[in-house]
Each structure stands twice: as C-alpha cells, then as structure tokens.
Design a protein around this ligand. Structure first.
Ligand SMILES: [Zn+2]
Length: 258
C-alpha cells in the first residue's frame, strides 16, 4: 500500500514552528513514522488546553487546522499552556484512511490502549497535565454541515453558541440525529459525562479517557468533508476561538490583549 500524502511535510511544519513559542517533541514512532507533540508553556500555574487532530487519517481538515493554529499567532491572546498533537495517526494520514496500519480505529482503544500504539502514545503524552478544555478535530463524510459533540457535566454549554459563531463561515448540520445521537440543538450533540456511562462501554474514545482523568470540558469538532478544505479548516478554528472565549468567561482566565 503506497502513501498518497507526504508525512514529511507535516514533520517539516512542526519542526519549523518558532522555537521561542513552541517546543516540538518527538513522542514515539508508529509504523516507522514519528509522532510529534508541540507544547507551549506560559506559566506553571496557567490552565492547560489540549488540541488533538488526525486521529482518523481520512479527515485532513483537523490536521491542517491544528498546524495553522500553531503557525498563526492567535494563541498569544490566551494565557494558557498548550499541548497540541496535530497528527495522531501518521500512517492513516499518509494513506488517506481512517484506521492505523493494523486496521484499528484508534478512537475505540483508549481503554485497552496496550493493543493500539497510537492511543498509548496519546495517553502517555497527556498523562501529566490536567486540561480545562480538550478539543479533538474530526470530519464527517455524511454530514451536510458543521456539528460539535460536547461532553460536560453541567451548564453553561458552548454548543448553543455554535450556529451564531459559524454564521458566515459554514452552515451547521440541522439533523435531528448527529453521529448516531439525538441533537441537543442545531449542530450540537451534548453528552453529560457520568462515570457509569463510561464503565458500561469497552471501546473508549479519547474523550472518555480524558473525562475519566478529570478533564471537565471536551469537544469533538466535526466538519463535513464534502465542503472545501479551507472552509472546514476555518470552521474548526472559528469554533476553537469561540471555545477559548467561552473558557475565558467561565473560568478566571483573562485574555492578554483584545
Ligand atoms: Zn474522526
């Protein structure tokens, strides 16, 4: 099976991030391809945000959005520490396929991660940090518009702001069901995190693992692959900025500049 995309281009972009701002970190190797994280630390006591992408290799807008986020300068606005995993599944990304080289859907293996090397690396990279917000970037080939899956125990919720935040960028999916679940509102699926929900399931996505470890606010951002790539990237980044504004309002984290 030959690659359809050059993963070296991703490595080049991660290693090309300004070193004063981002620390690129090799976290391991899977299927002979290196997996990278990028960290940005503003203060030991600053809250931390986790941004992940490329779990499913055939969902390229997330990888592009995570890279563009670090290459841009908007992160200066937010006094938070960042951990970014821009391409969790290098083999899948290079071959434009959902699964890893073993045919596993990585996002089903965060409980039994010993059997899935990519999930294991993500767990190790995130193990020593607690996040106020974790956002995982995905795409949906069936969706007609954008939608957000939000996991949080109590209000306020970000999801109700999504149609407004994306107006002028992309329509939201207005289906009654999204990703197999009842929609809470336009473009929004809400999961109220309860521990026994997790315990019933054997195939944990990343969100379950992070929630079980104390991350209170988890977002799974889904763009429709039938739309142009640049618009999908813009939609992910628009929702990321809205999520950071939301965190600023609900926690004592203040922007450093307007
Ligand atoms: Zn996905």
């Amino acid at each position: 099976m030959s690659a359809v995309r050059s993963y070296h281009e991703i490595i080049r972009r991660i290693q090309g991030l300004p070193r004063a701002d981002w620390k690129a970190e090799w976290i391991g190797e899977v299927s002979c391809l290196p997996v990278y994280a990028a960290r940005r630390s503003v203060a030991d006591d600053a809250p931390s945000v986790l941004l992940t992408a490329g779990m499913h290799g055939d969902e390229p807008a997330g990888v592009e959005a995570a890279l563009q986020w670090m290459e841009g300068g908007d992160w200066h606005t937010w006094p938070v520490n960042w951990l970014v995993l821009p391409c969790i599944n290098p083999f899948g990304w290079a071959h434009d396929r959902r699964t890893n080289a073993e045919g596993q859907d990585i996002n089903r293996h965060f409980l039994d991660s010993d059997s899935c090397p990519e999930a294991k690396l993500v767990k190790e990279a995130t193990a020593h940090q607690r996040f106020i917000l974790a956002m995982d970037l995905h795409e949906d080939s069936d969706a007609t518009g954008y939608y957000l899956c939000e996991t949080k125990t109590q209000p306020p919720f970000l999801g109700e702001r999504i149609p407004q935040a994306l107006s002028g960028v992309m329509p939201v999916a207005d289906n009654a069901r999204l990703d197999g679940r009842r929609a809470q509102g336009p473009g929004w699926v809400l999961r109220v995190a309860r521990r026994n929900d997790f315990e019933r399931r054997r195939q944990w996505p990343l969100a379950f693992h992070l929630a079980a470890r104390g991350t209170e606010h988890l977002l799974c951002s889904e763009t429709p692959t039938r739309r142009p790539l640049d618009l999908r990237v813009r939609a992910h980044l628009t929702v990321l900025r809205e999520a950071l504004r939301f965190v600023t309002e609900t926690l004592p984290v203040k922007p450093t500049r307007p």
